[in-house]
Write a protein that binds this ligand. Structure first.
Ligand SMILES: Nc1nc2c(ncn2[C@@H]2O[C@H](COP(=O)(O)OP(=O)(O)O)[C@@H](O)[C@H]2O)c(=O)[nH]1
Ligand SMILES: [Mg+2]
Length: 218
């Protein structure tokens, strides 16, 4: 069973907790809810023929990136950075959130996603999709338009990120196996070469013997 730590980051009120609730139990609550304690929720999935446990962390009063603590952020495998399409400031802070995550993690080891949330409120949209995509590309992230009211969009986001994680694991294992195979091959080749040298040595030894005999005859 593979395991991935997923962290949700982004300004307050962008909809992180709602996205998580929608993913976990297909529910959406319109009333304002504050996350009281940092909590990890577990969701088990089977994707690409692989069993995977997602351990999803939701922030607790750490929606200010300066306060976001290391325990929350560290050893993240997947980071979903969320902004609200009706809130420009939440978009402008994406870079800060990204910087915060890579301050604590090796950026090559984290799979990033950007969620343009509250897509159902398109009449109030102030950040257009192209801007969101552009930022997402700049950090090499997967881009998702989400609404915490729409299970499909939320499910696609989490499973899309988890699939990328699994694919990378498969690639890494492949490279590991290929390296092992190459090492084996090199070892075999070396052994063969050594054996050839021994045979050659014996041959030269025998040839030398012959020569001395001939010389003696003369
Ligand atoms: N219309 C709409 N409202 C949302 C959506 N996601 C969250 N909300 C609302 O936005 C507010 C903040 O959501 P919350 O999940 O607590 O944000 P957090 O602080 O990032 O965890 C709440 O009132 C939610 O009901 C969404 O996709 N569409
Ligand atoms: Mg919250």
């Amino acid at each position: 069973m593979k395991k991935a730590k997923v962290i949700l980051v982004g300004n307050s009120h962008v909809g992180k907790t709602c996205l998580l609730c929608q993913f976990l139990d297909s529910s959406f609550q319109l009333e304002f809810q504050t996350t009281i304690a940092p909590d990890k929720s577990i969701k088990q999935l089977n994707l690409l023929n692989t069993d995977i446990t997602l351990e999803i962390w939701d922030t607790a009063g750490q929606d200010n990136y300066a306060a976001a603590n290391k325990i929350y952020m560290k050893k993240a495998d997947i980071a979903l950075i969320v902004y609200d399409i009706t809130d420009k400031e939440s978009f402008e802070n994406l870079q800060n959130w990204y910087d915060r995550v890579i301050q604590i993690n090796d950026k090559n080891k984290v799979i990033f996603g950007v969620a343009a949330n509250k897509s159902d409120l398109f009449e109030k949209q102030v950040v257009n999709t192209e801007e969101g995509k552009k930022f997402s590309d700049s950090i090499d992230a997967l881009f998702f338009e989400t609404s915490a009211k729409d299970h499909g969009s939320v499910n696609k986001t989490f499973t899309g990120l988890a699939e990328k994680f699994i694919q990378q694991l498969i690639e890494k294992n492949k490279t590991k196996e290929e390296n092992k195979e190459n090492e084996k091959l090199e070892k075999n080749q070396e052994e063969e070469k050594n054996n050839e040298n021994i045979i050659l040595d014996q041959k030269t030894h025998n040839e030398k013997g012959k020569n001395t005999k001939i010389k003696k005859k003369c």
